[in-house]
Design a protein around this ligand. Structure first.
Ligand code: FES
Ligand SMILES: [Fe+2]
Length: 430
């Protein structure tokens, strides 16, 4: 049942969750209301693992950057070796922001207010003129849990002893066989773009998960990515053509020892287990057997693939791993490059998106890759997506918006909804 005019009125989240109609878009408050966003903070953002960035963004000891999520700001800072810390940017004296620069390098984190100074690990190193009984060891910066996976930094806002935190090792154990061959820890960042989008984070995730819109909005992508025959066209012929090409590619890829097929985890579990899991997935499939030919047909840009193989790939089989960890990070890893797409909620109507492109750490620009050639199609697609998601949000903000039915090609959104609704309901004891 649609509840008009609800954005500023009192309503009950429990009823809203209960009233969701399977196979339909979500009701307006899910995409707009601060109370829903607060509940999401409790049930999802502060409990699940969040992808932050690739460690190569902070190559040296003392390098840091600020990460924003749902009203919190976190200093992500590198120490010796691969040790990374993530501290809440809140001084333990009277709460000032400690770090004011978006990114930089430092030996100490010194608060600009009264100059309390913290070591990289967050412990207090100096606090001027405090009473004799002041105990610095009780005033370390509050920290998040940090884990690295193939050079990718993940944080968890929950304390280490919190209940119901998804087991990070279980997630990475599942995903490792799918992407270990790419050795993403031995890569370099060739481009990194971050932008704020005036949408609710779920509008962005839903859009990422369906390709029903690809034919309408992404002509370039559809020329390059053969899976759009299956995921965007919606015709039996399209599905069959992709299945045939993919089956042929599978034989070739497997003869090289490369993985094919798909797996997903965290969906379809009983609610209690679902709450402690964090859904993730991997599919390795054909990009396009004639990738160069497809690139040549593109107008208005020059897309090219990198030529230096990532990690332990035996040859470029023109396949890619489409993988991700809900609801924060989604990647495409080919044999020669990776694009990482991050979606981070900032407020009910603001979401930060980032795209990062990686190639082999020894690849040389102009010889092994051309940055623009690799990023061009993703950038074009990202701009197209930005326009459609902003339009989507604007319409959803209307009092006259009413959730409509999903198409068969959008059934992936059902998974997004299923995961989301069950986390929210279980966390609230519903
Ligand atoms: S608030 Fe940071 S030193 Fe006072
Ligand atoms: Fe899109």
């Amino acid at each position: 049942m649609t509840n008009f005019n609800v954005a500023n009125s009192h309503f009950d989240i429990g009823t809203l969750l209960k009233n969701h109609r399977d196979g339909y878009a979500l009701d307006r408050p899910f995409y707009t209301h601060p109370a829903v966003f607060e509940e999401e903070f409790k049930q999802i953002f502060s409990r699940q693992w969040q992808y932050v960035d690739h460690i190569n963004r902070i190559p040296n000891k003392g390098d840091y950057f600020l990460f924003n999520i749902a009203g919190e700001q976190i200093i992500v800072i590198r120490d010796e070796g691969d040790t990374v810390y993530a501290h809440f940017n809140v001084c333990r004296h009277r709460g000032s922001r400690v770090c004011l620069e978006e990114a930089g390098s430092t030996k100490r984190l010194t608060c600009p207010y009264h100059a309390w100074s913290y070591h990289i690990d967050g412990t207090l190193s100096a606090a001027r003129a405090m009473p004799a009984d002041f105990d610095p060891s009780q005033h370390s910066l509050r920290s998040c849990q940090v884990r690295l996976f193939e050079g990718m930094i993940f944080i968890n806002l929950a304390p280490a002893d919190a209940e119901h935190v998804p087991d990070f090792d279980e997630i990475t154990d599942n995903l490792r066989p799918w992407i270990e061959r790419a050795e993403l820890r031995h890569t370099k960042i060739i481009d990194h773009q971050t932008y704020s989008s005036k949408v609710n984070w779920k509008i962005a995730v839903e859009n990422y998960f369906e390709c029903y819109h690809c034919i309408v909005s992404h002509p370039e992508l559809c020329k390059v990515q053969l899976h759009t025959l299956r995921d965007a066209h919606g015709t039996p012929k399209g599905r069959q053509t992709f299945a045939e090409h993919n089956a042929e590619w599978q034989r070739e890829a497997e003869s090289l020892g490369h993985k094919t097929g798909s797996e997903q985890w965290g969906w379809g579990l009983p609610d209690a287990q679902n709450y402690r899991a964090q859904a993730h997935y991997a599919e390795r499939m054909l990009i396009n057997h004639d990738l160069e030919g497809a690139y040549e047909k593109l107008e208005g840009g020059s897309a090219t693939a990198a030529t230096k193989l990532l990690g332990r790939y035996a040859a470029d089989d023109k396949g890619q791993v489409d993988w991700g960890i809900m609801p924060s990070v989604f990647l495409y890893t080919s044999c020669t490059s990776t694009v990482i797409f991050r979606i981070t909620p900032i407020s009910p109507l603001l979401t930060e998106m980032s795209q990062t492109w990686l190639v082999h750490e020894d690849a040389v620009e102009g010889i092994d890759y051309d940055t623009k050639g690799i990023t061009w199609i993703d950038e074009v697609t990202m701009e197209q997506d930005e326009e459609i998601v902003v339009n989507n949000q604007a319409g959803v903000n209307s009092r006259y918006y009413e959730p409509g039915p999903l198409a068969e090609l959008e059934k992936t959104i059902l998974q997004v909804h299923d995961d989301y609704l069950r986390l929210m309901k279980y966390g609230r004891g519903q």
